[in-house]
Every structure is written in structure tokens, then in C-alpha cells.
Write a protein that binds this ligand. Structure first.
Ligand code: GNR
Ligand code: NI
Length: 191
């Protein structure tokens, strides 16, 4: 198992659709385990393969993890497809590990039915509501090259994208954000 480095915006891979998984092999199962380890290490509730540079249509989710007792309920989805969505919408203040420190309200269908393959390659279906429905749609967007900022106003999106582009230029990595402003300032002076 391994914690993999995250793909952070701006990055062309975040705008690229991932490829269907042709066969559920041991390699695919290993990659899903690494994705879960990465998601837990980064305190995320979901992670799409593209976010660790794997351009395959697969994702992991755990919307029930509790930091206190360490209880985990990992879920794995391969080649997921939304086959039904509710007319009722719900709004959630979303974040994304590929857009560190930025949040925005996103409105999406409140419930979805998703068809997918499990890690044994068996076809499954799930009727998701609440945070699981929100998270599944956020992750399925990722494997289609879509991110949460594509659902917000252009003004808000441009503010977030400009800040992240600047952070990348200055070499501000998520863990170091706010910790050592001098390192970033020195880099800035070099530019
Ligand atoms: O950790 C995450 N939290 C979150 C909160 C609201 C809606 C979606 C998410 S997913 C996000 C992790 C991530 O970036 N997954 O792609
Ligand atoms: Ni995300």
C-alpha cells in the first residue's frame, strides 16, 4: 500500500476524461487500495483515480469515517454510470483535494442511482442519498474531466483558479500552506 501524490489544479489531467477499466485485475485492485490509503491520509471523503494521475474510470469513497474510533467503511466503484437522478436538488459546500483550501456551494440532484463494477468485477447498483449522492457525483465528474468549479459562477471559478495557479508558481504545497510564508516570498523575489 502507498500514499500517492495528489494532482493539484491547474493540471490538464483534471480536465481530461478517464478511460474505462477493461478488466478488473490485481493491478486495478492494488491501485484502489493505494487510492483509499491516499484518501484517508489526506482526510478526504472521496478520491477519483485521476487525482493520483491514474486515468482510469474508478473511484473510492468513505463518507462515514470517524476520526475518533478510526472506523472505516471504504467503498470502491469501477466504471460507474449514473442511471437515474432525482428532480429534487440539494446544495452542499464542496471542497476538493485537487483544489486545496477552496470551497463553494454546489447544487446537484439530491439522489442518484449508480451502476458500477465492484472490485471482483461484479455488476452492482446503488441508490445514494445525502452526502454519498453528492460525493458520488463529484467523483464521477472527475472521471469525466469535470470539477466542482465547473458548477459555480465564472467570477468565483476564476478567483479560485487564479489563486491556485499563483500557488503553483510560488511552489506553495498544500501541507505547507500558511506555515512558511518566507519560503514562498523568497521564490517570489526570484521571479
Ligand atoms: O474530501 C472531499 N470532501 C467533499 C466535500 C463535499 C463534496 C465533495 C467532497 S469530495 C472531497 C475529496 C475529493 O476531492 N474528491 O474528489
Ligand atoms: Ni474532488
Amino acid at each position: 500500500m502507498a500514499v500517492l501524490p495528489l494532482v493539484i489544479s491547474p493540471d490538464p489531467r483534471l480536465k481530461t476524461a478517464s478511460k474505462p477499466v477493461e478488466a478488473v485485475t490485481d493491478e486495478v485492485r492494488r491501485q484502489l487500495e493505494d487510492m483509499l490509503e491516499t484518501m484517508y491520509a489526506e482526510h478526504g471523503i472521496g478520491l477519483a483515480a485521476v487525482q493520483v494521475g491514474i486515468m482510469k474510470r474508478m473511484l473510492v469513497i468513505d463518507v462515514e469515517q470517524r476520526e475518533e474510533d478510526g472506523k472505516r467503511t471504504p467503498m470502491k466503484f469501477i466504471n460507474p454510470e449514473i442511471i437515474w437522478e432525482s428532480e429534487e436538488l440539494s446544495s452542499y459546500n464542496e471542497g476538493c483535494l485537487s483544489f486545496p483550501s477552496h470551497y463553494a456551494d454546489v447544487e446537484r440532484p439530491a439522489e442518484v442511482k449508480v451502476k458500477y463494477l465492484d472490485e471482483k468485477g461484479v455488476q452492482k447498483e446503488i441508490h445514494a442519498k445525502g452526502l454519498l449522492a453528492t460525493c458520488l457525483q463529484h467523483e464521477i465528474d472527475h472521471i469525466n474531466g469535470v470539477t466542482f468549479v465547473d458548477h459555480i459562477s465564472r467570477v468565483k471559478r476564476d478567483i479560485i483558479l487564479r489563486k491556485l495557479a499563483k500557488d503553483k508558481k510560488l511552489g506553495v504545497v498544500p501541507e505547507k500552506r500558511g506555515e512558511n510564508p518566507y519560503a514562498a516570498k523568497e521564490k517570489q523575489a526570484e521571479l
